[in-house]
Design a protein around this ligand. Structure first.
Ligand code: PRP
Ligand code: URA
Length: 206
């Protein structure tokens, strides 16, 4: 389906502060929420709607209502930093959880937790701020499709071209919405310029 890189001055400035290695976790969390809010608003742009009448105090006019359910699936841990802003914006969303961890040496993602509501008939948003090799997001998508997902979007904050290419190859139907498309991965599979380890910076576990 494609790649959307959000073009927004608020996102650019907040992302700059997220990248800054001296930004402490308490600020990092707020900035991550700001960026995630705009990314989620962009992802919501084309959610399917049904039209039905709404009575204003003056007259009746066409109203717009979300047609399908929405399920947000934060990928633990880092995806938790995007969950609250998504629920603020779209409070009717249900939430599933996937715990994935990249092996430090191989960057291969393994699953340690999965708790999902029924996915059929809803749009599914994977919340994972970092798309590096793409291994974690591709694994998340496999699990979600196997569990009945019909339409998946990936909401992230920083993406690398390598991860975008892997997802396009393995799951071409997924829409990716990111605040930034960075240059490349380094030899340790970290995104350059990136912002370091998102989970560690969010939770102060560096
Ligand atoms: C990070 C990040 C993604 C993954 C991206 O998680 O949150 O899930 O790496 O890398 P990939 O595209 O190469 O798979 P990590 O495994 O470090 O776990 P954490 O969120 O618990 O820190
Ligand atoms: N995960 C992160 O948190 N940061 C990266 O740069 C790559 C994977």
């Amino acid at each position: 389906m494609g790649l959307i890189v959000v073009d927004n001055s608020l996102v650019k400035t907040a992302l700059t502060a997220l990248r800054d290695k001296d930004t402490p976790p308490e600020n990092f969390r707020k900035l991550a929420a700001t960026v995630a809010t705009v990314v989620a608003a962009e992802a919501a742009r084309n959610l399917p709607l049904r039209i039905a009448p709404v009575k204003t105090p003056i007259e009746t006019t066409d109203g717009y209502y979300f047609e399908r359910g929405l399920i947000a699936v934060p990928v633990l841990r880092a995806g938790l930093g995007m969950l609250e802003p998504v629920l603020e914006l779209l409070p009717f969303a249900k939430v599933g959880y996937l715990g994935l961890e990249r092996n430090e040496e191989t960057a291969v993602a393994s699953v340690y937790y999965s708790k999902l509501p029924p996915l059929e008939g809803s749009d599914v948003w994977i919340l994972d701020p970092m798309l590096a090799t793409g291994g974690s997001s591709a694994r998340a998508a496999e699990i979600l499709y196997s569990a009945g997902a019909e339409s998946i979007s990936l909401l992230c904050i920083v993406a690398a071209p390598e991860g975008v290419a892997l997802l396009k190859r393995e799951h071409p139907d997924i829409q990716i919405i990111t605040a930034s498309l960075d240059r490349e991965l380094n030899t340790k599979k970290y995104i350059m310029p990136g912002l370091g380890d998102f989970g560690d910076r969010l939770f102060g576990t560096v």
